[in-house]
Design a protein around this ligand. Structure first.
Ligand code: NAP
Length: 171
């Protein structure tokens, strides 16, 4: 099972992100992330056995994530895969801490793959052209979060569906 840990935007924020995605898409083309797939990945686990996934579900049910607020105020671009994203213009210490803490626990569960660098971002477009943010609306969004989801990513060759397996406790 292909799994990742993510924050899911509340509906109003998802709508705003969708508007930014539309604006970027009309400029850069590519494949726009469907609204229902918009998310912030905290940790990408990759392929995990069903047995280990069941243990992670139990862990998630007991997990409490410190509430936080992430300021989304920048466009970004990963050139290789042509990803256009929105995120923060400067590092967010709370998200970085959360990422590190989660990886400490994931490694204790025997999950490998901790990346050397974490760039929090919300992917809006894939396989897009070069990003030129001139003329695009400047992102100015605040995301208040307090819950994390463990998500199963299922790719059927045409599209990708994300199925939540567990949520952390509300804090
Ligand atoms: P995914 O590969 O399962 O990724 C889920 C999340 O984990 C994304 O946030 C992704 O970040 C992150 N991630 C994936 N690999 C990672 C790695 N090695 N290190 C760190 N983070 C990683 O699902 P997906 O990204 O939605 O789509 C997978 C493939 O299917 C892509 O090639 C995509 O073009 C194709 N596809 C996607 C959709 C869609 O609606 N999402 C539709 C059709 C086809 P990023 O967002 O930065 O990638």
């Amino acid at each position: 099972m292909r799994l990742f840990l993510a924050l899911i935007p509340p509906p109003a924020l998802r709508e705003r992100l969708g508007e930014l995605a539309d604006a970027a898409h009309s400029r850069c083309g590519g494949r726009r992330t469907p609204d229902e797939n918009l998310h912030l990945t905290l940790a990408f686990l990759g392929k995990v056995s069903e047995e280990r996934a069941a243990a992670l579900v139990d862990w998630m049910h007991g997990l409490a994530v410190p509430p936080g607020k992430w300021q989304l105020d920048a466009w970004g671009h990963f050139r290789g895969p042509g990803i256009v994203w929105v995120g923060g213009s400067r590092p967010d210490p709370a998200l970085q801490r959360l990422h590190e803490t989660l990886w400490d626990r994931l490694e204790a569960h025997g999950i490998p793959g901790r990346p050397s660098r974490y760039v929090p971002h919300i992917t809006l477009l894939r396989r897009a052209g070069r990003l030129d943010a001139d003329g695009l609306p400047a992102p100015a969004l605040a995301w208040r979060y307090n819950r994390l989801e463990l998500i199963h990513s299922i790719n059927n060759g045409q599209d990708v569906r994300y199925t939540p397996l567990a949520r952390s406790q509300a804090t």
